[in-house]
Design a protein around this ligand. Structure first.
Ligand SMILES: [Zn+2]
Length: 473
């Protein structure tokens, strides 16, 4: 069937000029035969049966930038003209390809920082262990687990001629800690007593701790590492390669430990949904007397595990790697009718009079908190005050109550659109996301590494918008 269609197309189009083999090889290698759209839209990392597609749909244009590996389904959808849905744009596919190529490049095991040191014998009595933290699929700067190094009694090792070691931790993604101006990181190494060393970033993926005295310590603890979680969208583990070498020994240095540990376990943080509801009596009363009407809906953020939503303190691991913000739940609104104002509840809707877990905050268009607080409106949703968000079209609520981790909630917020009566039914697009998020750097596209300025944590919007339909008022 598919072959027949291809033949029919081939008869109409100019004859395909064969892709130069070296270009074809590059496309196959850089994509690793993963479909760019499956990867970007579904987080699907599996190898796909597919074809090399021409992005400009000109089958004679065989420059590499015009080519992409797509699965059969996505290739035919990309090429189709009669499709009912808005077709994938060339820029969208190029973005997806960029993200895929970046992932292929980085999915390989972390590179070894000290290959020379391990030509000789490795002292295996040293051990590395790690605790795992849950990492949200929606995140791209996530606090990872703690690494513990257990040292044997150094006086009884064959290499008692050294007293200090260099330690490197290489992630299978980029380090996304806050970078201090002197190049140090919030990630720390301690001996369990009082000595604390700050890590240094020696490449986008590698943190080092240098000249660590080991004479009295039996245990070294590395904590506070953050990693970019976007390359790990599919449920799985994030790992770190730990290498220890004797620092002040003769050349070549002696390798003491090389071990890979898992420090993150990737999960989906929340499920988002939205539904139109009748406007509460309190909202109708608030607008009574004017020639305007209200259309209301609910948005739900259903947490998928304890700690999927956190306060600022909890995001920073209780001080381990301080965060700038608590989790911000973000509802994005598109296609709000012209002349309409938008109001959200000032916190989640509650069944009882318990303290609210979240509070409405003002953010910029990236979901990043701004200093001002939203101004309370005259409207109320039942007993809950409302705030106006007309300007940004973003409903944003920051987690402020530490009880959120224990109750693992489904949070529901009310939103009302207020404006002149409309003749026809209409619909809006509503998406759910976690903020603050931040666009990747334009200098290093697709790479989110440690910086002095980016907010922590940063989240990525992976949710697709839901259509909410409103009938005639
Ligand atoms: Zn595909």
């Amino acid at each position: 069937m598919y072959g027949a269609i291809r033949e029919a197309i081939a008869m109409r189009k100019p004859k395909r000029k064969k892709t130069p083999p070296e270009v074809e090889t590059r496309v196959l290698t850089r994509s690793s035969r993963r479909c760019a759209l499956c990867f970007q839209l579904d987080g699907d990392r599996q190898e796909k049966e597919g074809q090399i597609a021409h992005l400009d749909k000109q089958r004679t244009n065989n420059v590499e930038d015009n080519l992409v590996w797509l699965c059969l389904r996505h290739h035919s959808r990309y090429d189709s003209k009669t499709s009912q849905h808005k077709n994938y744009t060339i820029h969208e596919v190029k973005e997806a390809r960029k993200a895929l190529y970046d992932w292929v490049k980085r999915r390989l095991p972390p590179k070894q920082a000290h290959s020379k040191a391990f030509d000789g014998k490795v002292i295996t009595a040293w051990r590395a262990m790690a605790t795992q933290r849950l990492v949200r699929i929606e995140s791209y700067s996530e606090l990872l687990g703690t690494i513990e190094l257990e040292l044997p009694n150094v006086n009884h090792t064959p290499h008692s001629d050294f007293t200090s070691v260099d330690i490197t931790v290489s992630l299978d993604t980029t380090v996304s800690n806050r970078l201090n101006l002197d190049g140090s990181l919030q990630a720390t190494l301690s001996n369990g007593l009082d000595t604390v060393h700050r890590g240094k970033l020696i490449s986008a993926e590698v943190i080092s701790f240098e000249d660590i005295q080991v004479s009295s310590a039996a245990k070294l603890i590395i904590d506070g590492i953050r990693g970019d979680a976007t390359l790990h969208r599919v449920r799985g583990g994030m790992s770190a390669l730990v290498e220890v070498i004797a620092a002040n020994s003769k050349v070549p240095p002696i390798g003491l430990l090389r071990e890979s540990v898992t420090i993150g376990s990737v999960r989906r943080a929340f499920v988002f949904s939205a539904e139109a509801v009748g406007s509460p009596a309190s909202v109708k009363e608030g607008i009574r007397g004017s020639n305007i009407c209200a259309h209301s809906f609910l948005v739900h953020f259903e947490s998928q595990f304890r700690g999927a939503f956190k306060t600022r303190e909890q995001e920073g691991g209780d001080g381990v790697s301080p965060a700038d913000h608590g989790t911000v739940l973000v509802a994005t609104l598109k296609n709000v009718p012209k002349g309409y104002s938008v109001f959200t509840t000032a916190h989640e809707l509650k069944k009882s009079f318990d303290q609210a877990l979240t509070v409405a905050v003002s953010t910029d268009f990236k979901g990043l908190r701004t200093k001002s607080d939203p101004i309370p409106a005259h409207l109320k949703w039942g007993e809950t005050p409302m705030v106006e968000i007309t300007e940004t079209g973003l409903g944003t609520w920051e987690v402020t109550n530490s009880a959120i981790v224990t109750v693992n909630p489904k949070l529901t917020f009310g939103i009302s659109l207020i404006g002149p009566p409309l003749e026809a039914p209409f619909s809006i697009q509503v998406g759910g996301a976690l903020g603050p998020w931040y666009a990747p750097s334009s200098q290093r596209p697709g790479v989110r590494t440690a910086t002095t300025t980016f907010p922590l944590p940063r989240f990525n919007n992976l949710e697709f918008p839901i259509e909410v339909k409103f009938g005639s008022p």
